[in-house]
Design a binder for this molecule. Structure first.
Ligand code: ADP
Ligand code: MG
Length: 583
């Protein structure tokens, strides 16, 4: 293998003089005292190689030896990934002796546990990379054992293990081609920067993925295999919203990548998820969640790795035919790590000193999400939602702009809404879902959803817009100087805001709003807004609507269709009757 010597050190960027060939993104180890520090090649220029060290380089000396490995940053894929807490380089955080891994210490990502393997293929079967040849139970998941993705030829199964207990290190099958024999284990390695492409095709996503959040599902739905992002200034509620989606999202599996954000937020998930129960399946949330955590106190260089590790694990489970939801908080921290490195390399800077190819990097990453048809006819999906933290809430900055080109859903959090505690602070008019533009493609898989859903969504947005105009007029001209209609218009938009848009992430019932309930509430609220009601003074209007909003919010806080829910609904009916215009 190629060896090298360090010729310069700038923070965690090394310049290395090498004695042989080196590949882009190759992993190398820097000798420092009695440990080896893992690093990644980021630029090759003749026999000069630039590498970023994934940890602190303090004390590393010029002239130190570097050993190249010939492989890119790879992770372990196999039974045992579920419910693990990893750092950005897939070190198992539960295996750490203290709070931090020691420098140069790397842990095995999977475990030595014994799994009951059951073959689903037989000797003589023709197989290729990604084909299912057996399964093991990993918690509740039927974890498929697959032919290594890297095997792109076709081969015959020469032998396959009988049903029985095996570990990740045992050979469970041998595949032969004319030229080679391949030993297959239950686990395999895969380079994180390379998409796993062992599927037949990737059609446009068409089926809604319920997040349980009204402001998303009702107004701007995301699809299974879709992409979305949540930009918002500090404190606008990005993390709370992502946690809510992680808890209530309708996925088989949730991967949460904490990238460069504060550590205490991640500690909250570590503590909270093992306690919380998934309402759909009755299982503990932790049983469907894997956390990849590279918080602000961990090495900056591993931030980039952490989002790729998350995506690669997501693609792995997608290849098993599962519905995977990947969340990353925050992709801006990743972009900032790229910027730091690009600046140290003295590359020609793009806008705001981010790398010139930022847009391409972000697009390539987002394009790894998607809904796929596997070779065996099954389907799987990776849905990705990232947060972006634009400095000062400026949505024109490069990371937001680049992400907007890549993601199909845009959930902008507005400072003003957060300031007035209107959570989630998703801006109802500026936000969008491009999936909604293709109404015929959105499959809600639910008879309760009427065909003209998009019409209703547009009507809702229209009420919000009209409400804003009315509010402007009222504030310019004064309460008394505008027609009563304006007041009603304003209050109708408040009804939409309080009853549909706002949702309490910390209320036991309101935190998750299943789609049936969302449909019911939207239709209910729209019917209410279409009532023609009679008032004599603007004070009457605000008094009436405040009470109505209160009752409808109580409906949101009650179990759907419970006695309590119906009671509030009847009270509403009573109130409306008093005001209904008589013809
Ligand atoms: P960000 O990640 O954008 O910096 P956070 O998600 O940490 O912001 O939210 C900041 C605070 O706002 C939270 O601690 C919480 O008090 C409040 N908050 C945000 N979203 C909600 C919500 N949906 N329901 C109730 N409170 C919320
Ligand atoms: Mg946050």
């Amino acid at each position: 293998m190629t060896k090298g010597k360090i010729t310069s050190i700038i923070s965690n960027l090394l310049t290395i003089n090498v004695d042989g060939p080196v590949g882009q993104n190759e992993i190398c180890y820097v000798k420092h005292n009695d440990v080896e520090l893992r690093s990644e090649v980021i630029k090759v220029f003749g026999d000069t190689v630039y590498a970023q060290v994934f940890e602190s380089t303090s004390g590393v000396k010029i002239g130190s030896e570097v050993n190249f490995t010939g492989s890119m940053l790879e992770i372990e894929l196999g039974p045992g990934l579920l419910s693990k807490n990893y750092d950005g380089l897939q070190n198992d955080l539960n295996k750490m002796e203290s709070i931090y891994l020691k420098r140069g210490e790397y842990t095995y990502a999977l475990d030595d546990a014994v799994y009951e393997f059951a073959p689903t293929a037989k000797v003589g079967d023709q197989v290729t990379g990604g084909d299912w040849i057996g399964e093991v139970s990993e918690k509740w998941i039927n974890h498929k054992i697959m032919v290594p993705f890297a095997f792109t030829a076709y081969g015959k199964i020469k032998s396959i293990a009988k049903k029985g207990p095996y570990t990740n290190k045992d050979v469970i099958a041998v595949i032969e081609t004319d030229t080679e024999e391949l030993e297959v284990k239950m686990s395999q390695k895969w380079p994180v920067k390379v998409p796993i492409r062992n599927y037949k095709n990737k059609p446009r996503p068409f089926k809604i993925l319920e997040t349980g959040q009204r402001a998303i599902d009702t107004l701007n739905p995301i699809t299974e295999g879709g992409t979305g992002f949540i930009p918002g200034p500090f404190g606008a509620g990005k993390t709370v919203l992502q946690h809510a989606i992680a808890k209530n999202g309708e996925a088989d599996l949730v991967l949460f990548t904490a990238c460069g954000e504060r550590a205490n937020e991640v500690v909250e998930i570590f503590k909270e998820f093992p306690e919380l129960v998934d309402t759909r399946t009755g299982r503990k949330l932790a049983e469907r969640t894997t956390i990849i955590c590279n918080t602000s106190n961990m090495p900056v260089a591993a931030r980039e790795a952490s989002v790729y590790v998350g995506m690669t694990i997501a693609e792995y489970y997608r290849a098993m035919g599962l519905k995977v939801l990947l969340l990353a908080d925050s992709t801006s921290r990743w972009a900032q790590a790229l910027r730091e490195m690009s600046n140290r390399l003295e590359e020609l800077p793009g806008p705001d000193a981010f790398p010139m190819d930022l847009t391409a990097i972000i697009s390539n990453f987002y394009s790894r999400a998607g809904f796929v048809h596997l070779n065996n006819g099954e389907t799987g999906s990776v849905t990705f939602i990232g947060t972006v933290s634009p400095a000062g809430g400026n949505l024109k900055e490069p990371v937001t702009e680049s992400t907007r080109k890549a993601a199909r859903c845009f959930y902008a959090l507005a400072q003003g809404r957060a300031d007035s505690k209107r959570y989630p602070a998703i801006e109802p008019v500026d936000s969008y879902s491009k999936y909604l533009e293709y109404d015929e493609f959105i499959d809600y898989s639910n008879e309760n959803i009427s065909q003209n859903w998009v019409e209703k969504v547009n009507q809702t947005k229209d009420i919000v817009l009209k409400g804003r105009e009315a509010a402007d007029q009222i504030s310019i001209l004064g309460d008394d100087a505008v027609p009563l209609d304006y007041h009603q218009q304003f209050w109708k938009s408040e009804v939409i805001d309080f009853v549909i848009l706002q949702q309490d992430a910390f209320d036991k019932i309101d935190m998750n709003c299943p789609i049936e309930r969302q449909v019911y509430m939207l239709e209910y609220v729209l019917r209410f807004c279409n009532e023609s009601l009679d008032f004599e003074a603007f004070e009457e209007i605000s008094e009436f609507y405040k009470k109505a909003i209160n009752l409808m919010k109580q409906m949101n806080y009650s179990e759907f269709n419970s006695k309590e829910f119906k009671k509030y609904e009847q009270e509403m009916e009573h109130k409306i009757k008093e005001r209904r215009t008589e013809y």
